[in-house]
Design a protein around this ligand. Structure first.
Ligand code: ZN
Length: 311
């Protein structure tokens, strides 16, 4: 499969095998403000470069998976008005990709696609029920139930960043309500709360580093972050009783500084007995997760008989 990832700042493409191996991985600046016509022409060119680098002739390509932020209509294959792509409205991206490559294409929400990727190829391999959270500029995620992506009635379910952890809490820029998980655990909020408390923090990684060094403000902000994340995950664990919670995204790269306190808090809070041993682990796929995710949903939807280990 060819995976195409439409980010707000970067486009990425790569060829992904049935075992999740990526070849011909290429990245280019998005220049999304130039609009969808120009943007998709460059994205598809990037896809052709990936096929060339991977040595895969276009007529041997099984299909194309496209990952993009929402809102989008995965069934009709249309980008409705992605929040990170101003001016990209009602773009029939699946039809356009189908015309460009002469192969079937699918589109899906990028966080949903990342969940599919971690389930099929990454940290959640071999499990039936997982919750995937990406903790990055915002907080997103996806849920796999009984081995399949859960999408909701119109495909826009799984907005895990907007689980409420404090209904009188901070305003959520993503949805306008108060006290969403995203309003506390996102990288943006971590840095913002540190600045409000008087720290000179540019990014969440600065706060994490200062907390490791023992800065009392940073320690406090980090602890609040872990508590908020644990609160959200506890609700999700009580809802879905997953075997595993996988955490990806830029903020998760600090590893156990985030995961260990969250794991301990969730296990202490979750309704027994299901979550007492709940695994909360770091995502296994790195920078290529967008491309692998796009391909993972393409495998699920275009080649449902193909499973990992069978090519
Ligand atoms: Zn929200």
């Amino acid at each position: 499969m060819l995976g195409l990832d439409i980010g707000g700042t970067k486009f990425a493409a790569g060829v992904v095998s049935a075992d999740g191996e990526v070849s011909g991985f290429v990245v280019a600046p998005a220049h999304a403000q130039r609009g969808p016509k120009d943007g998709l022409a460059r994205l598809f060119e990037l896809g052709r470069n990936a096929l060339g680098d991977a040595g895969l002739p276009a007529d041997e390509l099984a299909g194309i998976g496209i990952g993009c932020g929402g809102p989008l209509d995965w069934e009709r294959g249309v980008l409705i008005a992605p929040l990170h792509l101003p001016g990209w409205e009602n773009v029939p991206v699946v039809a356009l990709a189908g015309d460009a490559f002469g192969r079937p294409a699918v589109v899906d929400n990028d966080a949903t696609a990342a969940a599919a990727a971690e389930h099929r190829f990454g940290a959640g391999r071999g499990t039936r029920n997982i919750v995937y959270l990406t903790v990055s500029t915002g907080v997103g995620g996806g849920v796999i139930l009984e081995g399949r992506l859960y999408r909701g009635s119109t495909g826009n379910g799984g907005e895990l960043g907007h689980v409420t952890v404090d209904w009188h809490g901070r305003e959520c820029r993503g949805c306008g309500r108060r006290g969403c998980l995203e309003a506390y655990a996102s990288g943006t909020s971590i840095a913002e709360r540190a600045r409000e408390a008087g720290m000179d923090a540019g990014a969440a990684t600065d706060v994490a580093a200062a907390a490791r060094a023992g800065d009392p403000i940073a320690v406090q902000v980090w602890q609040e972050t872990c508590e908020a994340l644990a609160c959200g995950i506890t609700s999700l664990a009580n809802l879905f009783e997953p075997e595993l919670v996988v955490i990806g995204g830029g903020v998760s790269r600090v590893g156990e500084q985030l995961l260990a306190p969250v794991r301990e808090l969730v296990r202490a809070q979750v309704i027994a007995p299901a979550g007492r041993e709940l695994g909360i682990v770091q995502a296994a796929l790195g920078d290529s997760v967008g491309v692998v995710g796009a391909a993972a949903v393409a495998f699920e939807r275009l080649a449902p008989g193909v499973t990992v280990g069978h090519s």
